[in-house]
Write a protein that binds this ligand. Structure first.
Ligand code: BGC
Length: 750
């Protein structure tokens, strides 16, 4: 046996003493957040709070954060984290010595927005462009929306993105809202349910979401500073409700506060909104980030619990640190916010060393994009079964710029850098239809000359400038009416961040579009041939004045990259449309409840008063008895359905079991959406639940059960600042649109 020498014993003892005296390495994950925060310098804490954008060493450009531009400062300490995933919207600030990585945040609502190309490689980084959120909502199909979320989450994960800056769920207060396409609906229940399905889908992949823009960011006009004047009841019941549902049903990792003010206070600086309501009342336990460059007073943002200030600048970090040093900001608040940021970082793939492939299965995701597009398109009109195309339709006189340049999604952060968009023209050709070559050629030439006329837009983020429709002579159209079997006219619209839409030439059709509808209708009807209109739009357009010219109108929305394939399948009858409107299509703009209270960009408004109160969308049209062009919940099918055996039975006071059996009584396979509304004592009708059937073949039935509980009868008492049930009578209504009610039952609540 070998004896341990005295010398070796001394050496061992020495090593033990050194090991036990040397400070323990502090590292995120293995050490507590508390220890990690204690190990940070004040400057580091401040920098963690503001993200890491080296583009703004002197604060934000004017027009964004205002006064910050006046100051000088050093560039950020840690370099180009923006390049971790090129084209992503931003990153947080890393502190490698404490094991804190920079996590990557990328937009957005229709798919992961990152740069598709990189200078050092020929490899591409395309993401799937899913249909816009508005189409998703019109599917009334939360299961498929969840699948879309899973695909987006997977793309985020495999491209190295930790948090997807989506979904967006502001209310469609007015059809002119420039970002309505990024939002779901005029109704908070659909918005909340859709957002929850999306968040659950994305987060099931292990990446986070940021539900946005919290709250009441309902217009783009002066969005960075406009003051939304909203009474408390309306705020809670209409503009916060969707967020509440999403927070409670899906636990998003993060929430993005909105640019605007509500009743005089910037959302990002508002402790009532971000703390009392979001955290204390709804139980949100993630982090709140600002929208990019939002707000004015960074210190107030920190105090309000707006944990992360994006995109960040070292200048702002310095100002925060200074505020602590001069006693105007309590360091404990920095610690609180840093703690929340660290909690989210710990959940991310980047912190957990996930090795991302950069090769998500784009083919499989394209299939889901197509599937949801088929679920969310809405058939608005179908006289004499003009659709689907009969077997003798072979040659299509396809007009409209949108037939050849179909718009997949809107612009700005809601855009997606996709590999392709299948145009309607391509979809029709691929599925066996002919379009006259000459017609195509003339459109191509027209688009070229229009593009030259409008010129380049000033930046990627600006909304695209719309091209003018080609106005054909009746003589030319007659030629096609002779040789083709049917006419098709696509009307397109696009919009995006920074601008609201206009009434003229946007909500209303342009003169050229109106001319085309009249001429096409006349010329083709004279030959006993039909005119089909496809609406390739991101928001509501006027339809009442021209719908008589069309035999059928398919609202295809901006249906994502698989646009042409999906639209053709519907036109052809491979799939019956089953989408229902998640908003009202009014007869005319002046019918819109907020028509005179929506900010008019030309007047440079400082505030917008929500004078219509609770009367947003269908709630208003129903209460005032104003007939819209197409009502909320409306959508036709190629088949017909019967609703039978409808019962509403009380289980206990305020709890009702609602049953209905839906039978496909027509000749096509299809799906129906059952909608459950309650009319309260204020005379306001509110959607409370919905269910979409599976595909029902001819003669097949499906039993739908929905349960109403106490919560469904509550309203917000602004004086007492709580939700309550007013005793008295309510009406339960079941139907397949807010106007087409099959069954009503009056109930008394004690
Ligand atoms: C938009 C946000 C977006 C952010 C980052 C802002 O302009 O309002 O929705 O997430 O930019 O791109």
């Amino acid at each position: 046996m070998k004896l341990v020498s005295r010398r070796n014993i001394y050496l061992l003892l020495g090593a033990f003493v050194i090991a036990s005296c040397s400070p323990k390495k502090i590292e995120l994950g293995t050490s507590s957040n508390k220890d990690v925060i204690a190990a940070m310098t004040l400057k580091e804490k401040a920098q963690v709070l503001v993200g890491n954008d080296p583009g703004f060493p002197r604060g934000y450009p004017s027009g964004f954060g205002g006064a910050d531009t006046l100051f000088n400062s050093e560039p950020p300490v840690v370099g180009q984290t923006k390049q971790i995933v090129p084209g992503a919207a931003g990153t947080t600030y890393p502190i490698p010595r404490l094991g804190i990585p920079a996590i990557v945040l990328a937009d957005g609502p229709a798919g992961v927005r990152i740069a598709p190309q990189r200078p050092d490689t020929s490899k591409t980084y395309y993401a799937t462009a899913f249909p816009i959120e508005t189409l998703l909502a019109c599917s009334w199909d939360t299961a498929t929306v969840r699948k879309v979320g899973e695909c987006m989450g997977n793309e985020a994960l495999e491209y190295g993105v930790d948090i997807l800056l989506a979904p967006a769920l502001n209310i469609h207060r007015n059809p002119l809202g420039g970002r309505n396409f990024e939002y779901y609906s005029e109704d908070p229940l659909i918005s909340g349910e859709m957002a929850a399905a999306m968040v659950n889908g994305v987060q099931s992949m292990g990446v986070g979401t940021s539900i946005k823009h919290f709250a009441a960011n309902n217009n783009e006009t002066n969005r960075m500073s406009i003051d939304a004047k909203i009474d408390d009841k309306t705020l809670h019941e209409t503009y916060l409700k969707g967020f509440e549902i999403a927070v409670k049903k899906s636990h998003p990792w993060t929430v993005m506060s909105a640019y605007n003010k509500i009743n005089g206070v910037y959302c990002s600086e508002n402790p009532d909104l971000l703390d009392s309501i979001l955290r204390k009342s709804w139980g949100f336990d993630g982090l709140v980030m600002t929208d990019w460059f939002a707000g004015r007073d960074r210190i107030k943002q920190v105090i309000a619990g707006n944990d992360l200030l994006m995109p960040g600048s070292s200048y702002i970090a310095e100002k925060i640190a200074e505020a602590v040093q001069n006693g105007t900001l309590d360091e404990k608040l920095l610690d609180r916010n840093v703690d929340r940021i660290l909690n989210v970082i710990k959940k991310t793939p980047r912190f957990n060393h996930y090795t991302y492939s950069e090769t998500p299965d784009l083919k499989a995701h394209a299939k889901i994009a197509e599937q949801i597009a088929l679920e969310g398109m809405v058939l608005l009109k179908n006289s004499d079964d003009a659709l689907p195309f009969t077997n003798d339709i072979k040659s299509i006189a396809a007009f409209g710029i949108g037939t050849f340049q179909t718009i997949a999604v809107g612009t700005g952060s809601g855009n997606v850098n996709r590999a392709y968009t299948i145009s309607l023209n391509e979809g029709l050709l691929a599925q066996g239809y002919n379009i006259p070559e000459e017609l195509k050629g003339l459109y191509e030439a027209h688009v070229e000359s229009e593009k030259k006329r409008v010129g380049e837009k000033s930046s990627y983020f600006q909304p695209d400038i719309m091209l003018k429709e080609k106005d054909w002579s009746a003589a030319d159209l007659s030629k096609y009416a002779q040789t083709c079997d049917i006419a098709l006219f696509t009307i397109s619209r696009t919009s995006g961040e920074f601008a609201d839409r206009k009434i003229q030439d946007d909500f209303a059709l342009t003169q050229e579009e109106q001319n085309m509808l009249k001429k096409l209708s006349k010329v083709f009807h004279a030959k006993n041939k039909k005119l089909i209109v496809v609406l390739n739009v991101g928001g509501v357009v006027e339809t009442a004045s021209w719908k008589l010219y069309a035999d059928a109108i398919l609202l295809a929305w901006q249906p994502g990259q698989e646009a042409g394939t999906a639209i053709t399948q519907i036109l052809k009858g491979d799939v019956s449309p089953s989408g229902k409107l998640s908003m009202t299509f009014p007869q005319k703009y002046t019918d819109v409840p907020s028509a005179t209270y929506f900010p008019d960009a030309s007047k440079d408004p400082k505030k917008v008063t929500y004078t219509e109160g609770l009367h947003v969308g269908y709630k208003y049209y129903l209460a005032k008895g104003i007939k819209p062009s197409y009502e909320f919940g409306f959508g036709l099918s190629y088949t017909s359905f019967e609703a039978k055996d409808i019962t509403v039975s009380a289980k206990e006071d305020g709890v009702y079991d609602c049953d209905v059996t839906i039978t496909n009584s027509g000749n096509f396979s299809g799906k129906e959406v059952v909608q459950l509304y309650i009319k309260n004592q204020e005379g306001i009708v509110k959607l409370k639940d919905f269910a979409k059937t599976n595909t029902l073949n001819k003669g097949e039935s499906s039993k739908i059960n929905m349960v109403l509980t106490h919560d469904d009868f509550t309203s917000y008492n602004a004086e007492k600042k709580h939700w309550e049930v007013q005793p008295g009578s309510y009406q339960i209504m079941i139907g397949n649109s807010c106007e087409n009610i099959w069954f009503t039952k009056d109930v008394e609540l004690k």
